[in-house]
Design a protein around this ligand. Sequence first.
Ligand code: I3P
Length: 487
Amino acid sequence: MGQHAGKEDGVNPSLTADTDTNRTNSVTKWNQVSVRCAKQLQNYSCTPPDGRKKKRHKMCRSLSEDDARTRETPPPSPGLLAKNILNVLITTTDIDRENRSNGCVQSRDSQSGQENVPHDVIPNNRSSENDVNVENNKNNAMDAQEGHTSAATCSETCSEGLSSQHPNATTDQNARLKENQKNEDKDKMEDNKENQATKKDGFVQLSGHDGAFAQGAQNTILKLQTKDGDTEARVYERLMQDGCREVVPAYYGEVFKDDKYYIELENLLTHFVGEVAVMDVKVGNRTFAEKEAINPKLRPDLYQKMVKVNPKAATEEEQKKQAITKVRYMTFREKESSTSAFSFRVEASKVPGGKTNKDLKTVRTWEQVLKTLGKFFKGHPAARDKIVDRLQHIREKFAASDFFQRHEIVGSSILMLYDVEDNAGAWMIDFAKTATLPDDVSVTHAVPWELGNHEDGYLTGLDNLIKAVKSCVVTTLEEEEEKVHFV
Ligand code: I3P
């Protein structure tokens, strides 16, 4: 499923090194899948697999590995069709274009250029004084998006020309051609791998750490939890009791499988038919936990990631140390992207027939954001309209939620999906860094963050996202077809 798999950082203070050791020992003996279903909390008792679970798993049940459970299909969200997961993996080529276009509305008013940001877009007032010139990278990112749907055609054409050495080329040119050929082949292999993974696994992983998801039961996916954290499981448990329940994937409990802890979630693809377009948007003006803001640990890996995005970003001191702190990296990412200005950013997207596009780290201006969204909804204005309605619904639910009044939401995403029939939906996901507020703190979710105020800018980001989705230019399918005829 196209869930963003943010790595869980929340450390449960009740877990000690000892309990972890106990757990590792018992884990090896425990070759079964253990599941605790939220619904069944009151009904089971079992021997927990380890110390950690002793506290958490008052009740759970064991299932053999091949016990193919079938969850009840969760109640479909308004306007969505609940479909069997198997259908999801079949590419629908026979599209009823006539029907689809009937539901289309004309493109709405467009916005171009950051200067033209609508007056009612809520700015994030955080300082941008360290902004650096990243025109090249931005352009690269936009180019990459442009090539998104046509990448396969392009690479076929190019690789034909590159497959043999050109007789008139210099040695250097030939070496470059060879290198390009190698890269093309690598890209193709990765595409194949990705498509195979999608078909085999029944879900699309847009972002997050590799291997963060596994296939669950028929209508579910498993999301990996880190060994020391159960934050996300606790959050989902509480959300299942909250007014926001219907705007997050249904939660079915914790699963222990192949020596790893997972949470079992509704597979959102089951609401759709054929290949699905998926976009992951990280919402909020802060992407790191408060404790990370004061962590002085220097990380060479993050330095490397930073200079890859922008080779000019490192200060002299950072260049000497070849390492930066996590907060430096995360704020760098916020400023390079639209997070600093608009409190949301597109993390990744995938449209039918295209490969996952993660090259979006420098999509920063309002114009770039609108262009990215416009490409995502290309040919599907009706789906866009439904998503606008759904985002507004999420906003209402969020604002009225008891849970979100008492929590800061960091690193959480909204997943937007639609299919060939213009079924469309959006859900809040990724709660690994969601934290309960200290008793004496309350948040508005709509003002800039300062250390200690726990603000996350979630509502600001959501409001801006709604405006952006509403105002991006989305072509109709007919317009797309006309373009093809005239090329
Ligand atoms: C990563 C991304 C992840 C973050 C990870 C970053 O950067 O922000 O959300 O994990 O930190 O490296 P990028 O998107 O540029 O790849 P958390 O959400 O767990 O903080 P990490 O390197 O500490 O895992």
